[in-house]
Design a protein around this ligand. Structure first.
Ligand code: HEC
Ligand code: HEC
Ligand code: HEC
Ligand code: HEC
Ligand code: HEC
Ligand code: HEC
Ligand code: HEC
Ligand code: HEC
Ligand code: HEC
Ligand code: HEC
Ligand code: HEC
Length: 538
């Protein structure tokens, strides 16, 4: 019955003049007749429908299809996050591809023995955006079942039963080219079935929440549905970072210049693949710390996660995965906790590189990242810091030119002139002359005059200024995990650098002993001085 109606329709629509409907194909890029608007048109053929349909000698494919179908030789879209399982193109998508994959001459139709002659010697679809090629791995996935079961797997997908009527699925609930495009209707441009200037089309299926960062609200800011340079995730750049840095490069009005920080000495190197294989902790991209769809501007106080991280996943203080991190450190623990992305930069008596255990509230002593500090008597703390303060990883590890580092650039653990990614300079080498600059990192929070005034350790000035010992010779920056250190041996972040501090030759001991408030003793040898032991008191 439908076939009959179609045949009648075609018979009555053969000439250009008689084409009442579907009307908007005439004069559109799909009007390939000699009178068509574009460079791709016939020399003399004046029928419009004939390039795709014929009432006579049609192929067995509905709707009176007049073209040979391409062979199944396509590369198919895939990514690690994809739940759908697209196969070789089916249904109406193959009809589109009979021109848009660039393998079959546009003028070759069933109903004519000789190909329709095209102007300018055009045969197949010329190279350019309209020629998708046979590599569909860089195009929006098609020809897969989009059903409620799929929507149930991916909470960000609308149940297809609720789709707006403009978006039609093909037989068998398959998403096809024709879900987003209507070959006959160019009234919205690009033959789209729905407007997409505000990403309405994309958001009709993808329930991706809108961010309040204005320049991120369009899906097109980061994605393109066809011929995407990245392939997986259909990004506008080859990789995630390239996509983000196309704006965050210092050349885009209003977008923070992150690229500048990535040229520095110590960086989170951006990964060269878009869809990295496991293990994921050995490399980073912007989306290691920022969830691209849920980032928001705004601030939060330590220890809470930055709003501009969005709903990013993490590893919590007890080592379990969390889908949405609540604290900044949970994001860092994905790679600097049980998974150790980098080796220790300083060789210490108690070697440990697991930041999760170093900062654990159960640790012997620690900087207050996960929990408030253990010591209620820290005289050196500068105004703004107290013994109940929390510190963020990014209070110590951040761009040195960001506003936190005293500059005017963007903040963040992107890159720094000071290694390992310190917000301010910190010398860990032995025989360093003390200065405000040498230990600038510590002096951000610990008053230099208090430390050199020996307000806690009565021998601070002697060691730091006379002996040119770095804070790092005695103190670790993080903490000492329980079970690895002892309460008397590793209080006050004491964990010696064993390339500087050696066992005492007389007793064989290399040890600090906490003997009370501002009191203690050491067994060791350093700068040729034996401590067998040496003690200190206020
Ligand atoms: C550039 C190719 C192309 C041209 C030119 C073209 N069509 Fe189509 N037409 C299609 C495709 C592809 C389908 C199948 C759509 C689907 O399955 O959703 C189709 C389907 C149809 C249908 C069936 C509609 C339906 O929902 O099943 C009718 C009727 C139709 N075309 C009429 C015409 C008429 C009349 C012309 C000339 C004015 C024309 N078409 C020109 C590609 C074309
Ligand atoms: C008979 C060959 C043919 C078929 C079949 C065909 N197209 Fe096209 N299409 C063209 C040509 C030729 C152009 C113009 C390309 C150009 O100017 O670069 C075009 C242009 C387009 C454009 C770009 C429009 C613009 O404004 O630039 C879209 C989108 C498109 N086609 C989608 C489809 C879809 C979807 C189908 C299947 C439903 C389809 N086409 C079937 C030949 C075809
Ligand atoms: C999920 C929706 C969706 C699907 C499925 C889809 N397209 Fe598109 N397509 C778009 C959008 C949106 C645009 C406009 C691109 C833009 O705004 O940059 C577009 C643009 C195009 C263009 C113009 C060239 C370009 O890259 O801008 C062609 C040709 C095209 N599509 C063909 C196809 C063909 C053929 C298929 C099936 C193999 C298909 N599309 C499947 C959404 C889709
Ligand atoms: C008709 C519904 C529909 C529309 C419209 C649509 N998509 Fe999709 N899209 C889907 C479905 C369904 C999937 C498969 C999701 C899955 O399996 O995880 C998908 C997959 C994707 C993927 C790959 C996801 C992955 O896990 O690798 C991207 C990226 C994407 N769409 C972006 C877009 C963009 C951008 C637009 C607008 C141009 C758009 N989509 C429009 C339904 C749609
Ligand atoms: C600021 C850039 C940006 C914007 C804006 C953006 N995306 Fe994405 N999107 C990405 C990146 C980057 C990825 C890859 C994520 C990864 O590395 O894991 C992605 C992944 C996806 C995926 C696949 C993974 C998933 O989460 O299911 C889909 C689907 C998707 N985006 C759709 C959209 C849609 C629809 C919009 C508009 C509402 C949009 N995106 C807006 C950057 C963006
Ligand atoms: C189309 C250009 C563009 C692209 C692409 C883009 N951004 Fe942005 N982004 C901006 C602009 C403009 C702002 C607002 C000004 C600012 O804070 O930098 C912004 C804001 C941000 C902010 C919030 C800053 C704050 O705290 O207020 C973050 C974080 C961010 N972008 C990260 C990313 C990431 C990650 C990507 C890639 C997944 C990305 N951006 C892609 C233009 C872009
Ligand atoms: C996805 C894994 C990953 C995440 C998440 C991550 N890092 Fe890293 N980090 C690395 C890798 C890998 C390196 C080594 C440099 C490189 O190749 O990027 C590194 C390097 C560093 C360095 C420099 C170390 C050195 O020896 O030069 C510091 C400091 C650092 N990260 C701190 C952080 C902080 C703070 C966070 C949380 C805000 C964090 N990282 C989140 C993987 C990660
Ligand atoms: C962002 C601020 C900040 C920076 C930078 C900082 N600290 Fe601290 N530090 C604190 C706070 C807050 C405490 C108090 C913790 C407590 O009450 O136990 C503290 C405590 C200490 C303690 C005493 C711990 C104890 O348990 O007795 C030592 C030792 C210490 N810091 C050394 C350093 C060194 C060395 C540096 C430089 C590498 C440094 N700090 C950098 C904030 C900071
Ligand atoms: C109070 C300052 C401070 C805070 C807070 C801090 N770090 Fe560090 N970090 C340091 C110092 C100092 C070093 C140099 C190594 C040392 O002292 O043993 C360092 C070294 C590193 C390194 C290089 C590898 C290594 O162990 O030497 C990484 C990676 C790192 N920190 C990650 C983190 C993460 C992740 C957090 C938060 C969970 C964090 N840091 C919090 C001061 C800090
Ligand atoms: C290791 C974690 C990590 C990675 C990887 C990372 N960032 Fe950030 N980013 C941060 C932190 C921490 C901040 C500071 C958050 C704050 O203070 O609000 C930040 C802040 C930002 C800001 C806001 C800066 C400002 O001061 O306005 C932008 C924009 C941004 N990041 C973009 C990017 C881009 C683009 C990439 C990839 C090239 C990237 N980030 C990779 C951790 C990261
Ligand atoms: C020779 C070893 C040694 C060196 C070098 C050293 N410290 Fe200490 N520091 C100690 C000892 C021991 C204590 C514990 C004092 C007590 O409470 O008994 C201490 C305590 C502290 C405290 C906690 C109490 C307070 O004063 O607020 C801070 C902070 C501190 N040191 C910072 C530093 C900084 C910053 C440097 C480098 C500029 C440094 N230390 C260099 C051994 C050292």
């Amino acid at each position: 019955m439908k076939r009959l109606i179609l045949a009648v329709l075609f018979v009555s629509c053969m000439g250009r003049a008689a084409l009442a409907q579907p009307s908007s194909i005439v004069g559109s890029p799909h009007d390939l007749s000699a009178g068509g608007p574009g460079p791709i048109r016939a020399v003399i053929e004046n029928q419009v429908c004939i390039f795709c349909h014929t009432p006579h000698n049609a192929s067995p494919i509905r709707p009176l299809w007049n073209r040979y179908m391409p062979v199944d030789n396509y590369l198919i879209y895939t990514s690690r996050a994809l739940d759908a399982q697209p196969g070789q193109p089916t249904g109406s998508s193959k009809m589109c591809l009979s021109c848009h994959d660039g393998t079959i001459a546009l003028g070759v139709v069933f109903s004519r023995q000789d190909p329709i002659l095209m102007a300018g010697g055009v045969t197949i679809m010329p190279n350019g955006p309209s020629n998708l090629g046979t590599d569909l791995a860089d195009d929006h996935p098609i020809s897969f079942r989009y059903d409620s079961a799929l929507a149930a797997q991916d909470t960000h997908l609308l149940d297809p039963d609720l789709l707006p009527p403009e978006l039609r699925l093909d037989f068998n609930s398959e998403l096809q080219c024709t879900t987003c495009h209507d070959a006959h209707d160019d009234s919205r441009g690009n033959f789209l079935t729905m407007e997409n200037f505000d990403s309405q089309l994309c958001m009709a299926c993808h329930q991706i929440s809108t961010t309040t960062i204005t320049d991120h609200t369009s899906c097109n800011a980061c994605h393109q549905p066809h011929s995407s340079p990245s392939g997986p995730y259909l990004l506008r750049g080859m990789t995630v970072s390239e996509t983000c840095l196309s704006c965050h490069d210092g050349n885009t009005q209003g977008a923070a210049n992150i690229a500048g920080d990535l040229n520095k000495l110590s960086i989170h190197e951006t990964y060269s693949q878009v869809d990295p294989p496991d293990p994921q902790y050995t490399h980073t991209s912007c989306t290691s710390c920022h969830d691209p769809h849920t980032m928001d501007p705004g601030t939060a106080s330590a220890p809470f996660v930055h709003p501009n991280f969005g709903d990013i996943d993490g590893i919590n203080a007890s080592g379990s995965q969390v889908a949405i991190a609540s604290y900044e450190y949970e994001v860092c623990f994905k790679c600097h906790g049980d998974q150790q992305a980098v080796p220790p930069t300083v060789q210490r008596l108690i070697p440990d590189n697991n930041a999760r255990l170093q900062f654990s509230p159960g640790a012997i002593s620690y900087h207050p990242v996960e929990a408030p500090g253990k010591n209620s008597d820290v005289p050196s703390l500068r105004p703004g810091w107290t013994t109940s303060s929390y510190v963020l990883c990014s209070d110590c590890h951040s761009s040195n030119s960001g506003t936190n580092g005293g500059g005017t650039g963007p903040n963040g653990v992107h890159g720094s002139d000071y290694s390992p990614l310190f917000v301010a300079n910190y010398e860990t080498a032995d025989y360093t002359s003390e200065s405000a600059f040498a230990y600038a990192l510590c002096y951000r929070c610990h008053d230099r005059n208090s430390i050199l005034g020996d307000e806690s350790f009565s021998e601070h000035k002697k060691h730091i200024q006379k002996e040119d010992a770095s804070c790092s010779a005695c103190h670790t920056g993080h903490g000492i995990p329980s079970g690895q250190g002892t309460l008397t041996g590793n209080s006050h972040l004491i964990n010696f650098d064993t390339s500087i501090v050696f066992p005492d030759p007389d007793t064989g001991r290399l040890e600090f002993r906490d003997t009370g408030r501002f009191r203690g003793e050491c067994y060791l040898e350093c700068h040729g001085e034996k401590h067998s032991p040496e003690d200190y008191k206020p």
